[in-house]
Design a protein around this ligand. Sequence first.
Ligand code: ZN
Length: 154
Amino acid sequence: MAEHKLQVEAIERGTVIDHIPAGMGIRILKFFQLTQQQDAITVGLNLRSKHSSSKKDIIKVENTIFDVQQANQLALFAKDATINVIDDYDVVEKYQVTLPEAVIGVLTCPNSNCICHDEPVDSRFYVTEDTPDVTLKCHYCEKSFSQRLFVELK
Ligand SMILES: [Zn+2]
């Protein structure tokens, strides 16, 4: 526990997203518009990971508990991320995000010719894992896009 506190300050209540690939932390903040809410956010970038030689990012959002659906959207950009729910400085719940099968209404199709831009429909993507990346296939234009494309568009 002491080791954790050395890396990023502990929070009293909220959500800690751990094991984000280094470089994705800032993109996730932007994508989920986390910085537009009132809650305090602590971000750790390029931290050393205990389990591997690669670096990681950590995001701590105070007073916000992610629901499983939100957490699984995170998996698109950080499929090995761990969600820690914190209450009274303790981890009360800890789980690994899982890739959703489909993402509806959250993303915008990168294909500017896609019919979803002209019709009043919810965007719809089917998620597949193409190691090491995650690919999203648009329901409407049936084109596939790397997950990285979506965070770069924002
Ligand atoms: Zn499309």
